[in-house]
Design a protein around this ligand. Structure first.
Ligand code: ATP
Ligand code: MG
Length: 393
């Protein structure tokens, strides 16, 4: 394999000074976790990984690391070596990029201005050496080439590369603080969790379980989802399993039937806020999407959201179902989400849920409930699962 080095690029938008340093060191940590045992190097504004005949596996593992924008396999030449070595590298990269010929150009750049040739001189010289070796099917086009070969002169060496493989983008997990995700067994909330991580949020999951009305299999489904999601965290994730049954029974007994879901969701939010506070998380993520079901109309969101003061972020609020499904399929949660196990909401679903619940009605009904006492009891019966080994210190 001709490539011994992989160049990693990250977005720098809006990053300056101290924040930039933290961003890069977090990204480096996450890369090291994704590539255990591999050498990761950091030089001015660049990250590199040494390859050992493992280009494809390495790229595959890095695809789940947020904050990386693109990678390129690179041939490294000596800074003070023969130009013919650079020409050989450029030829090899060109042939790899365009195996059947086409138009190309060489593009040089130097951050090391003490190099004897200027950038245009270097491109021209290398072009003059390589072009006679290529068949007629290769022609130079400096305006709109099929392939571009980059030659970068740096103090440490000369780097030649072609292909730019696009990566996940986003921000490194851990650079945007911490949140909790309300994770059901459905299609939407795993996608919300993924998007939260993509924006750099470190997440813990909360699942409301209605044992024995929902089975162990239903919980296993959520564990499997959390396991898939932990790939994107590049670390283990905590799953808080909340004993929700008693609260649901009380709501069924004491509240108006059409308000069952609204009241349940007010409790879910409150518990999520309690867990978040305890875990020092600052926001709650859900998979809600405006108008998708009765409990997700704007009137419902108004009546439910009032129960807590913590911000609730809804990454999917304006996604159509098909758009959510497409992401779920891409990130590997869809097939788990569609397994046919019951969910705590479907079991207690009223025949006619209120589409426009009124906040006053919720507050009135809660006067007859020991809200805080019920939450304390539920939390006392809850537990935490550690999904995948926690490798972070
Ligand atoms: P999903 O596909 O994520 O289950 P949904 O379309 O089925 O969403 P709802 O069941 O109304 O919608 O739930 C809305 C959101 O509330 C979910 O996206 C999730 O964030 C949260 N939620 C619902 N049920 C649970 C649960 N049992 N445990 C944790 N969170 C839940
Ligand atoms: Mg659901």
């Amino acid at each position: 394999m001709m490539y011994k080095l992989l160049l990693l690029r990250y977005g720098e938008l809006g990053l300056k000074g101290k924040n930039k340093g933290q961003f890069i060191s977090r990204l480096e940590d996450n890369i090291r976790r994704a590539l255990p045992g591999k050498e990761v190097l950091s030089t001015w504004g660049r990250l590199w990984v040494r390859l050992d005949d493992d280009l494809e596996e390495t790229v595959a593992k890095l695809r789940n690391v947020f904050g990386l924008y693109s990678v390129s396999p690179v041939i490294e030449c000596a800074r003070d070596g023969e130009l013919s070595a650079i020409a050989d590298a450029a030829e090899a990269v060109l042939r790899a990029s365009l195996p059947r010929g086409g138009t190309f150009k060489f593009e040089s750049r130097r951050s090391d201005k003490s190099f004897p040739l200027t950038s245009p001189e270097l491109s021209k010289t290398i072009g003059g050496m390589v072009l006679p070796r290529m068949g007629k099917e290769y022609t130079v086009d400096v305006r709109c080439p099929d392939a571009r070969v980059d030659i970068e002169v740096r103090r440490e060496g000369v780097y030649v590369y072609g292909e730019k493989i696009p990566m996940a983008g986003g921000l490194p997990v851990g650079t945007s603080g911490k949140g909790v995700v309300m994770l059901s067994g459905g299609i939407d909330s795993p996608v919300a969790a993924y998007l939260a991580m993509k924006r750099g949020v470190k997440v813990e999951m909360i699942h409301f379980h209605s044992f024995p009305y929902t089975s162990e299999r239903a919980k296993e489904k959520v564990v499997d989802l959390a396991e898939v999601l932990s790939k994107y965290a590049n670390a283990g994730v905590k799953l808080h399993v909340i004993h929700f049954t008693d609260i649901q029974m009380v709501i069924r007994e004491k509240c108006r039937e059409e308000y069952t879901i609204t009241m349940m969701r007010r409790f879910m939010y409150r518990i999520a806020q309690r867990v978040a506070e305890e875990r020092k998380a600052k926001v709650i993520f859900t998979g809600e999407s405006v108008g998708q079901v009765a409990s997700q109309t704007v009137e419902s969101m108004y009546a439910i959201n009032e129960a807590i003061s913590m911000p609730v972020l809804r990454p999917l609020c304006c996604f159509d179902k098909e758009e959510i499904v497409a992401v779920a399929q891409r990130i590997g949660t869809f097939d788990i989400s569609i397994r046919p196990y019951e969910d705590c909401c479907t079991i207690f679903l009223p025949e006619y849920p209120k589409i426009r619940p009124k906040l006053e009605d919720c507050l009135e009904m809660e006067k007859n409930l020991d809200v805080e006492g019920l939450i304390d009891e539920a939390l006392a019966k809850s537990y935490v699962l550690h999904i995948r080994k926690e490798t972070e210190v």
